[in-house]
Design a protein around this ligand. Structure first.
Ligand SMILES: NC(=O)c1ccc[n+]([C@@H]2O[C@H](COP(=O)([O-])OP(=O)(O)OC[C@H]3O[C@@H](n4cnc5c(N)ncnc54)[C@H](OP(=O)(O)O)[C@@H]3O)[C@@H](O)[C@H]2O)c1
Length: 251
């Protein structure tokens, strides 16, 4: 599908990557861009229509689908990272927050907007996943699990929506230069680079975006993950436990 003339909705559009997604859609000639955010006042990009939306609130999700019934391009960008381990975390609060937002919230957006997309010719649905949809660094363990669930869901939704002509795009990236990765001292890709690749993929009809070199390398390594991916993570974890390593977890 072409971005020019499309009607798009971006979740988490008040800051970070979502802010750039919404801005780029305007510059690529989308007819309408709804910028959805928990605080609609944070959506200030010229040409973007603010919509109040917490993706974990079923009533707000239903209201957004009713109000934005002309959408043919849905960008499920909103996400949360609590930087929480599985065993060492004091409670399951982070597990629940990340699953409720990244997995259940995104799925409820897919479900609410599937009929909207069908009514508007099929269109496209983009889910913002992660490099850690494929492996788990315990530093961000529960986030990785939520992104793995979101990835599994994306692959199933693609099959379910194929007959209505909806392109379902999964986007994987390592560190992106936003608030989420602010505390990380490691190479980061710019949000502009991510947005550019995502909308190029939509226009080319591609189902997956691997946004940076490390992400491409990790996907290639998956058949040998216990040989290539986990030993360095174990070493970093052991070093961290010994108080000699910094945070190295991907988002
Ligand atoms: N940054 C990275 O290194 C990286 C790497 C790979 C993938 N990702 C993914 O990329 C996406 C965007 O992340 P980012 O880097 O832009 O992070 P960010 O700067 O922390 O922004 C997160 C966005 O999600 C919104 N959000 C969180 N919970 C929400 C909810 N319940 N309802 C609606 N909006 C909600 C936030 O809104 P508020 O302003 O209201 O909090 C904010 O707009 C996420 O899905 C993230 O997992 C990020």
């Amino acid at each position: 599908m072409q971005i020019e003339g499309s009607v798009a909705l971006v979740t988490g559009a008040g800051r970070g990557l979502g802010r750039v997604f919404a801005r780029d859609l305007v510059s690529r000639g989308a007819a309408t861009v709804y910028g959805a955010a928990r605080d609609a006042a944070a959506v200030t990009q010229p040409g973007v229509t603010p919509v109040m939306l917490d993706i974990t609130d079923p009533d707000q999700v239903a209201q957004a689908a009713a109000r934005c019934a002309d959408v043919d391009l849905l960008v499920n960008n909103a996400g949360v990272l609590a930087a929480s381990t599985f065993i060492g975390a004091p409670s399951l609060d982070a597990v629940r927050l990340e699953m409720e937002t990244n997995y259940v919230g995104t799925l409820s957006m897919c479900r609410a907007f599937a009929p909207v997309l069908a009514a508007n010719g099929g269109g496209a649905l983009i889910n913002m996943l992660s490099i850690v949809s494929w492996f788990t660094n315990p530093v961000n363990g529960s986030y990785s699990a939520s992104k793995a669930a979101e990835w599994a869901m994306t692959n199933g939704v693609r099959i379910e929506l194929a007959r209505q002509g909806t392109l379902v795009v999964g986007v994987h990236a390592g560190f992106i230069d936003t608030d989420m990765a602010a505390g990380i001292d490691a190479p980061k890709i710019s949000p502009d680079m991510v947005a550019q690749q995502v909308f190029d993929a939509v226009e080319a009809g591609e189902i997956e975006v691997l946004a940076d070199e490390r992400t491409r390398r990790v996907k290639e390594s998956l058949p040998r993950d216990h040989e290539l991916i986990y030993p360095p993570l174990q070493a970093a974890w052991d070093g961290r436990a010994a108080g000699i390593a910094g945070r190295t977890a991907e988002h």
